[in-house]
Ligand binder design. Structure first.
Ligand SMILES: Cc1cc2nc3c(=O)[nH]c(=O)nc-3n(C[C@H](O)[C@H](O)[C@H](O)COP(=O)(O)OP(=O)(O)OC[C@H]3O[C@@H](n4cnc5c(N)ncnc54)[C@H](O)[C@@H]3O)c2cc1C
Length: 469
């Protein structure tokens, strides 16, 4: 059987690609090496644009149920409970900082709360086949499609599948990337960290407000600590010598002593839930595409946690590639649209990766970050209580017109669905539209064309307008 799209990896990037395809009615095969979704919190900073996507899928409330309750600031301090410390902005704007620029705000939610919400939403569509315990092994592509070999990890059986397109969403050590021989450029292993996930009753002892990230400077407690739930689960990242030490060097006693020093609570009794490690690496794939195969998320760019953009960039990649693949597979756009995935997304990957390599890259002004995060999409304005201009975007093209616009949709049938919305004058003005004007918008909110009051009909062949810059 030929699958329209094979997605390798059910992390945030792969899940979002499958959801975006499924919401446009396009099926996919999503394979994940693990037996289940990841239970490691990793990212906690969800950007405003990511929250806008989640909100547009009706998932905002479910996602916010996992909020840690931390303010979107970092704190430099000797220990977690020390009363002395310096706050630093981390670039995640709360409702106040967002002002009127978005219908939502950034959130502090652990990745292992977000991923199950995404998986459940994907399953509601009955469009994607999700196979856990299934590992991508290799691929071979030709002009019409891609053969991929998958291993069932339980039985060891090798299964060959055929897909029209393959999406490598298989993380930092992507095997899809190796199979495509796409080199990565940038520094590797700039620093190594051990990560300890633990529970301990510390919240009440931490000076209010609770911060999203603690940069610990105490003599025996260097590292970073962050709350990863609303009920006293913590992640502690400790610098370690990955070449000389192994995880087994860190037994419960040693970890308890380190956590006691880091928290400033001498009698702390942590319950250790997981021990892992990761490295600060800042690399970007030289290409995001090879023929019918694409790289997204950490497979395409290895961004250090500094600045909290890795998962958000991965999610935005998945959304961008997802709708473009669906449009091409549905015959709504020529295959050339897929070229715009790399031209639009790679510069953002390069920017975020480069910044994350800079020791000062985690210190971000929320207003500046917000402008970058929302760049390119049409402005938000409320059209009714709880209903934003962003909610008008359809699966195809959307034409937004001013109240006195006489532009008529083209008589010639376009393969792309067209949603037309006439806006009230204040809303049109908020979008920069004259009362007689109109604006044509992509499903991701990128305005493609504007017409002023003097314009006549829209071009007959709407879909032949350039869909990318
Ligand atoms: C400590 C830490 C803190 C972080 N904090 C933040 C933050 O605050 N904000 C932020 O935006 N980002 C943060 N990040 C980064 C973020 O976690 C990653 O960027 C994000 O997980 C990338 O998503 P992904 O889907 O591309 O890859 P992954 O989440 O790595 O998912 C890839 C998936 O592919 C699977 N896979 C791998 N190989 C195969 C194979 N051969 N076959 C089948 N499946 C395979 C893996 O099992 C995995 O499930 C942090 C990372 C760390 C380590």
């Amino acid at each position: 059987m030929k699958h329209p799209v094979l997605i390798v990896g059910a992390g945030p990037a792969g899940l979002v690609t499958a959801i975006t395809l499924a919401r446009l009615g396009m099926s996919s095969l999503l394979v994940e090496r693990r037996d289940d979704i990841s239970t490691i919190p990793k990212a906690t900073g969800i950007s405003v644009r990511t929250m806008e996507l989640l909100r547009s899928w009706g998932l905002e409330a479910q996602v916010r149920q996992g909020e840690t309750g931390a303010v979107a600031e970092g704190r430099i301090t000797a220990s977690l409970t020390s009363p002395d410390g310096v706050g630093i902005p981390m670039g995640f704007p709360d409702e106040h900082a967002v002002g009127g620029l978005s219908p939502t705000a950034a959130a502090s939610v652990p990745q292992d709360h977000l991923e199950p919400v995404l998986l459940a939403h994907l399953r509601e569509h009955h469009c994607a086949e999700v196979r856990f315990g299934t590992e991508f092994v290799k691929l071979r592509q030709d002009a019409e499609g891609v053969d991929a070999w998958l291993r069932d990890r339980a039985s060891g059986e090798i299964i060959k599948v055929r897909a029209r397109y393959v999406v490598g969403a298989d993380g930092a050590r992507s095997r899809v990337r190796s199979a495509l021989a796409i080199p990565m450029t940038g520094p590797e292993r700039m620093a190594d960290f051990l990560t300890v996930l633990f529970r301990a009753p510390l919240r009440e002892r931490v000076p209010a407000p609770l911060h999203g990230l603690y940069m610990l400077t105490g003599p025996d407690a260097a590292g970073m600590m962050l709350p990863v739930s609303s009920d006293d689960r913590w992640l502690y990242a400790i610098p370690w010598d990955a070449d000389r030490e192994t995880l087994s060097d860190y037994d419960e006693r040693r970890l308890t002593a380190l956590i006691a020093a880091a928290t400033g609570v001498a009698d702390v009794r942590p319950r250790i839930e997981n021990l892992g490690h990761f490295s600060f690496t800042a690399q970007v794939g030289d290409r995001y595409r090879e023929g019918r195969c694409f790289l997204i998320g950490d497979a395409a760019h290895r961004i250090t946690p500094r600045g909290g953009t890795g998962m958000n960039t991965a999610i935005h990649d998945g959304h961008d590639l997802g709708w473009k693949l669906a449009w091409v597979l549905l015959g709504w756009a020529p295959a050339a649209l897929l070229d715009s995935y790399e031209t639009e997304r790679r510069p953002i990957g390069v920017r975020n990766t480069t910044r994350s390599a800079d020791p000062a890259g985690g210190r971000r002004d929320p207003a500046e970050t917000l402008a970058e995060d929302l760049a390119g999409r049409l402005p938000h304005a409320w059209i009714a209580p709880g209903r934003s201009t962003l909610d008008l975007l359809g699966p195809g093209l959307t034409l937004l017109t001013g109240p006195r616009c006489d532009i008529r949709p083209p008589a010639t049938r376009s393969p792309v669905p067209l949603d037309v919305h006439r806006l009230e004058e204040p809303v049109a003005a908020a979008l920069g539209l004259e009362p007689q004007g109109a604006m044509l918008v992509r499903p991701d909110g990128l305005p493609l064309a504007h017409w002023t009051g003097t314009a006549g009909d829209l071009p007959a062949h709407l879909h032949t307008l350039p869909l990318a810059a």
